[in-house]
Design a protein around this ligand. Sequence first.
Ligand code: FMN
Length: 304
Amino acid sequence: MKRILVIGYSQSGQLYEILENFLKPFEGVEIEQVKIEPKEAFPFPWTSDVFFDTMPESVLEEPVDLAPYTLKSTSYDLIIVGYQPWYLSPSIPTTSLLKDPKFLSILKNTPVVTVIGARNMWLNAQESVVGYIEGAGGKVVGNVPLVDRHQNLVSVLSILHWMLTGKKERKWGVLATPGVSDKDIKGVEIFGKKVFKGLQKGTYKGLQEEILAEQTIDIHPSILLVETRGKILFLAWAKLIKKKGAGSKKRSFWVSMYKYYLLVALFIVSPIVLTIYTLLIRPFTGKSIQKKTEHFLYLGIDRT
Ligand SMILES: Cc1cc2nc3c(=O)[nH]c(=O)nc-3n(C[C@H](O)[C@H](O)[C@H](O)COP(=O)(O)O)c2cc1C
């Protein structure tokens, strides 16, 4: 009997719900599911201070200790890694897993499918995740990123409400419901079916093409622009906070500077930049957008 490992972390349970639906088609397979936890839990709901203070270590991909977890086998036919991005980087528990020698040791020559439950910015995080998997000799054969489909700034507000209250509900009864929609969470089963077919056949050739053929996964050009610029800026802030923020008072000063910068960048600068980009630049850069989009949709995956 084929044996698969499903491993990952979720704070609110959203990612576990996605994985549960994803796994529905996997019949007659031994499924081992491991839910990892940091030794010291990140608070949920978050306090505003901790939420923003988590940026530097997320972006610099610094691992924390994980609570002990057990892997029953030393090799699997397929590994499914479920994760979420934090600050355009893998979440800290995910980074910690991807740097854990115990987990890395089972990746060698093993196909890996990544399943993401994000707000809408997972590109840089996936670049890192693929790098860790390949570095350990694993092979990414598919990626299923699920996102909040609402307009970018609407989803920022609604996700902040969710993260800071713990309630996945419409703020004031008017904003959009935060996170990945119920429809997409349930609909992820269709991708599970495709991966299961690959597992049965023993080849994942053409899998990502099939996943994308459903036409529910795409990257909006404005997200492409924000992500490629955003990571550079986050890295600069992360290094600045680490350098200048020795001592808790100094750190909280620099983290609040970053917080205000982020709010201004998101709500004032980026709408202006994106309007100019959409009207004046995007019409002339179709080919390069297409190339970059494909690069991210197929990160680490062999094209047929
Ligand atoms: C500290 C923090 C930073 C986040 N940064 C991002 C991000 O950069 N891009 C993104 O798409 N989602 C981001 N999110 C949303 C998460 O990726 C995820 O969708 C949400 O936290 C729910 O995940 P869960 O299954 O762990 O509850 C962030 C969430 C948190 C808590």
